[in-house]
Design a protein around this ligand. Structure first.
Ligand code: CP
Ligand code: NVA
Length: 301
């Protein structure tokens, strides 16, 4: 049984990107999920992931089922393993946005249908695939350098793994103490050694962004970290992606953000609503990239 818990589970990222482009360009008309059902469990809020999976599944012929974790017996303490066994008797795939990555690993371990990670504390692989589709569309390939400025957590982790897989250079500029997880760094480093790309984790955003082709940021206070908000707003202040920082990047550099964004914190209105920004194409590509993922994991052909 194949699952998508991590970028590392993608059999072939380029094939998935090509399939995502096929969906975007309307080259796949057949409803490859006809008659199927996708359960979508959410333990956290979502706009893009929920709507793009729900609409995508519907357009591919499947019935999506939105399941808020607090409405399920899961929210009253039913074990995740029992939830996996039960849902597997009804549905053809499970997408889950969970607080803890280990819960998703456990769910996948017990499920007899494919499980798709729709964001955990460790990774956001669906986002990363859509991001690479956007980069290929805008820059024509992966020869450039991506700089992630901010919190080295879930979004940054999946970007490290996917850029390494595609042979794209990536730098992370983060405050001391907010570096990416060592296990992810090691894994991405090993992949990068094989593909010939370079990864750097530094603390100076100006040094990192100089000459960058892609400047990417994420919120300073991720879901579940609200009690650290006061400290984080202080620590991350020098890491705002504003026009001054963007001017250090390559002249044609693109600005990316997984969204939702907080203007005035990790970026400014001038940047996110300005000419470098590709965030709406990036958000749109979630739909196409996830259709490719569902086709790969749940499709009949
Ligand atoms: N980027 C992303 O996953 O957005 P949502 O939290 O709205 O799903
Ligand atoms: N890092 C953010 C991403 C939101 C899509 C979070 O986990 O809240």
């Amino acid at each position: 049984m194949k699952h998508l818990l991590s970028v590392c589970d993608m059999d072939n990222v380029v094939d998935l990107l090509d399939l995502a482009d096929d969906y975007k360009e309307g080259r796949i008309r057949e409803k490859v999920l006809r008659g199927k059902t996708l359960a979508m469990i959410f333990e956290k809020s979502s706009t893009r992931t929920r709507v793009s999976f729900e609409v995508g599944a519907f357009q591919m012929g499947a019935q999506p089922l939105y399941l808020s974790a607090s409405d399920l017996q899961l929210g009253r303490g039913e074990p995740i393993a029992d939830t996996a066994r039960t849902l597997s008797r009804y549905v053809d795939g499970i997408m889950i946005r969970a607080i803890s990555h280990s819960d998703v690993v456990e769910l996948a371990g017990e499920a007899s249908v494919p499980v798709i990670n729709g964001l955990t504390d460790l990774e956001h692989p669906c986002q990363a695939l859509a991001d690479m589709q956007t980069i290929r569309e805008k820059l024509g390939g992966f020869d450039g350098r991506l700089v992630f400025v901010g919190d080295g957590n879930n979004v940054c982790h999946s970007l490290l793994l996917i850029t390494a897989t595609l042979g794209m250079d990536m730098d992370v500029a983060c405050p001391p103490g907010y570096e990416p997880d060592p296990g992810i760094r090691e894994m991405a480093g090993k992949i990068a050694d094989e593909t010939g790309s370079r990864i750097r984790v530094i603390h100076d955003p100006s040094e990192a962004v100089r000459g960058a082709d892609v400047v990417y940021t994420d919120v300073w206070v991720s879901m579940g970290y609200e009690d650290e908000a006061e400290d984080r707003l202080e620590v991350f202040r020098p890491y705002q992606v504003n026009m001054e920082l963007m001017e250090l990047a390559a002249p044609e550099a693109i600005f990316m953000h997984c969204l939702p964004a907080v203007r005035g914190q990790e970026t400014t209105a001038e940047v996110i609503d300005g000419p470098h920004s590709v965030v709406w194409d990036q958000a749109e590509n979630r739909l196409h990239a996830q259709k490719a993922i569902m086709h790969w994991l749940m499709g009949d052909i």
